[in-house]
Design a protein around this ligand. Sequence first.
Ligand code: URA
Length: 219
Amino acid sequence: MPDLERAAPEDRPAAALAAVADHRVGFGSVRDAASGCRACDLWARATQTVFGSGPVPARLMLVGEQPGDKEDVAGEPFVGPAGAMLAKAMEEAGLDRERAFVTNVVKHFKWRPTPGGKRRLHEKPNKVEIGACLPWVETELALVKPEALVLLGATAAGALVGPSVSVMRDRGKPLAVDLAPLVVATVHPSSILRAGSGREAAYDAFVRDLRGIAKRLAA
Ligand code: URA
């Protein structure tokens, strides 16, 4: 495995994971390497890599799907409408957003233009894109070493735990996987934004899931 700085852009995710496993690099080097990642084609239409952000290590790590339009421009995860929803729910649940490490399974924004071409619409990443990007979030996990890992939505849960997990069936309950001492899946905050008349109930259920995590972290 070549050194991280010399790794080809398409080999960067695997090179980073290996370098962190060998204690050869820290978070800054990994984030720098991710900025030039070409492991799948999504980089070509995105503004930039949106890497995880927050303290390293951190007791709490949250993983979403991929950056949205706002995150793509800002270069920071969860700074758009879903991020505002997440921050509000975390505060209500007693979780400190500033002390959590927040990231996504996929680090580039995947989008298609609206028919008029004025806006960029989110598109779900496919299996190849998720697989290519996965070593980045595994690398973040190895560096952040959270006590609690929260998987926001089906893409994060499926990528990190596998198809056995169903977010709606298993939400809020500790999952029997060894990614972190506590691993919990819940809905993605953007699903609450789309919930229409069920929005209040969806938000309350999300806060309940997060409150359960806060309680377990405090115990
Ligand atoms: N949705 C996500 O999954 N991640 C973000 O960073 C923003 C929206």
